[in-house]
Design a protein around this ligand. Sequence first.
Ligand SMILES: [Ca+2]
Length: 228
Amino acid sequence: MTSSQQPPVPPTRIDFSAEDREWIAERIKTVLETGRLTLGPFGEEFEGKFAQSTGVQRIGKEPILLDADVYGRIEFRIAGKDHELATRGLQMTGNLAASARITASSSEHGHAPESAVDGLLGGYPANPAQEWSANRETTGAWLELAWDKPQKVRRVLLFDRPNLVDQVTSARIRFSDGSTIEVGELANDGSAPAVLAFPEKEITSMTFETLSVKDGTENAGLSEIGVY
Ligand SMILES: [Ca+2]
């Protein structure tokens, strides 16, 4: 039988009694007057009854806290209990570094240049494959990002290698349009980025070059570079 031959589905009519209509209208009026639906008394009553019948603990009035200022993890609190989730760490939507060709002055085995654009903020000793580390280079070590087509960029994030021996204390980024940006000290533990914001540039490549390092640094590098 084809669809045109199927019998029509009879329309459903829900029967509301006069009493029900009054009960519903009263509550709609309250919602319209207070402007509060989900956060109002009816939402609260619903949550309570839901908790009662399912045994699921209510979240309650306490908000879920998200810490947006940390990279690599999300911190939140539910019903007074703290939780932490590991994340990829870097926003990859719109991150132009992910589509760049990457080259470097050198790299230690297992610390490839591409690891600086994988979105992951780890590094030696726990996750060496998540960072770029130059091979016995400090000042002068460089990482280049290049694209086939011009890219519009206005923000760069730089994360140092997370180990505390190696630290970039100043650097320069040279863009293909001839402009440069000087970079100060990167946070030694790589937990927070140096954020460089500037008027939009149209470029086909950019090169990060280390200008100075902390005493004792053996291999300069980056856990991650983000380009937006
Ligand atoms: Ca990385």
